[in-house]
Design a protein around this ligand. Structure first.
Ligand SMILES: NC(=O)C1=CN([C@@H]2O[C@H](COP(=O)(O)OP(=O)(O)OC[C@H]3O[C@@H](n4cnc5c(N)ncnc54)[C@H](OP(=O)(O)O)[C@@H]3O)[C@@H](O)[C@H]2O)C=CC1
Ligand SMILES: O=C(CO)COP(=O)(O)O
Ligand SMILES: [Zn+2]
Length: 352
């Protein structure tokens, strides 16, 4: 008897382009949200996007609530939930990088409210995903959450964000190559549930981005457009899979472990990119695609070494040799690498 079922949650409206921030209320109306919004933002994105959105609401006679968060934490999620309840918010709007968007996503999931995602940086593929990532004790990886009802991605704001945020987004996409290799391996060895559609979409997204690497340059709206569409596509792959598997394998375990060892040292995307060089090497040795991954990262100015991440060699080795344990996710790291073997891989790939 056939007993499988799939429930794919996706955003209803994804609006990407020039000066679309000014159309936020149109998007709100289109997804039939009404009442008082609570904007969740962080300091820089507040000035760039949350205050202008608040002004749009005020013009309409709606007084929005605004919470500015400094760090991604469960305390921040709880603060947002409390503000939403006290202020009678009807829905949430996450405005900023991954931190405020994930906090808004987790809070709206808890409150059973809709939420809108307004990225100010093309820095990560959680913009449309059905995952929320807020560190909780030793847990650093994402958990299931409702995706946004709609996304408003203004390419002018994204293009003017610091270039390293965009290169971090590109590296998060390039890491799909190794994430999918790990997923296939886990499917073959451990019978982990696998979706050919989600894997193909994640890989194709990385391929299109790499093919267009020449067009991705600082300060150019078309570049922001290319990267943002790739981030959306990667987020959709996660929603189709019902997990972050298409976009997160051992390279993400490595990054999550760095977040524990040296919090805030480097951007999420940059860490997973460097992780992908080493885990691609583990998958294929000298004949593998690790050099292609390294060259693709270098071509968009993303870090390819520990030095460029601003993290010392010993910490990189420690993260690589211990990160298998932080999550129940089978990858090329298996039950863990010996420290000396991890050091060799980091050396062979020029990471240290
Ligand atoms: N849910 C999911 O599926 C996924 C979640 N993630 C998560 O996303 C996070 C990484 O996202 P990231 O965006 O790097 O994190 P942040 O939200 O911390 O943003 C990084 C920095 O960029 C600044 N910033 C944002 N927009 C602008 C702008 N337009 N101009 C100038 N500065 C700007 C922020 O400012 P300020 O200091 O003011 O905040 C912050 O300092 C991680 O926590 C990661 O785990 C990653 C991938 C997938
Ligand atoms: O960062 C992500 C995908 O790019 C989310 O993955 P995690 O589930 O490992 O947090
Ligand atoms: Zn990621």
């Amino acid at each position: 008897m056939f007993e499988k079922s799939t429930w794919i949650r996706l955003p209803r409206n994804v609006v990407v382009g020039h000066e679309v921030l000014g159309r936020t209320l149109e998007v709100v109306d289109d997804v039939h949200l009404s009442g008082r919004p609570l904007l969740v933002t962080s300091p820089t994105p507040r000035e760039l996007a949350a205050d202008p959105i608040a002004a749009q609401f005020e013009e309409r006679g709606i007084d929005p609530l605004v919470v500015t968060v400094e760090t991604a934490s469960f305390d921040a999620v709880e603060e947002v939930i409390a503000e939403a309840e006290a202020g009678d918010a009807a829905y949430l709007v996450g405005v900023g990088g991954g931190k405020p968007i994930d906090i808004a996503k987790m809070a709206s999931d808890h409150l059973g409210m809709g939420f809108l995602s307004v990225p100010t940086a093309a820095s990560h593929d959680g913009i449309v995903s059905n995952r929320g990532s807020v560190p909780d004790g030793d847990t650093r990886h994402s958990v299931a959450a409702e995706p946004p009802l709609a996304v408003v991605a203004d390419t002018g704001i994204l293009a003017n964000a610091p270039w390293e945020l965009t290169t971090a987004g590109c590296a998060d996409i390039i890491s799909n190559y190794t994430a999918v290799m790990d997923w296939r391996l886990a499917n073959r060895l451990k019978n982990v549930e696998y979706s050919e559609y989600a894997a193909a979409l994640a890989e194709m997204t990385a391929e299109i981005l790499v093919d267009n690497a020449d067009l991705i340059r600082p300060g150019i709206e078309e570049s922001a457009w290319i990267v943002t569409k790739a981030l959306m596509s990667s987020g959709v792959a996660m929603s189709i899979a019902g997990s972050s598997r298409p976009a997160s394998g051992a390279e993400h375990l490595f990054s999550h472990q760095l977040d524990r060892l040296v919090p805030g040292a480097a951007l999420h995307g940059h860490q997973v990119g460097v992780g992908a060089i080493m885990t691609a090497y583990l998958h294929g040795g000298d004949r593998g695609i690790w050099t292609d991954i390294r060259d693709a990262l270098a071509s968009i100015d993303a870090p390819t070494t520990a030095d460029e991440l601003g993290i010392d060699a010993d910490t990189v080795v420690e993260a690589l040799s211990t990160c298998h344990a932080i999550r129940d996710r089978y990858t090329i790291l298996g039950d863990g690498m010996e420290e000396e073997a991890a050091r060799q891989v980091a050396r062979q790939t020029g990471v240290i």
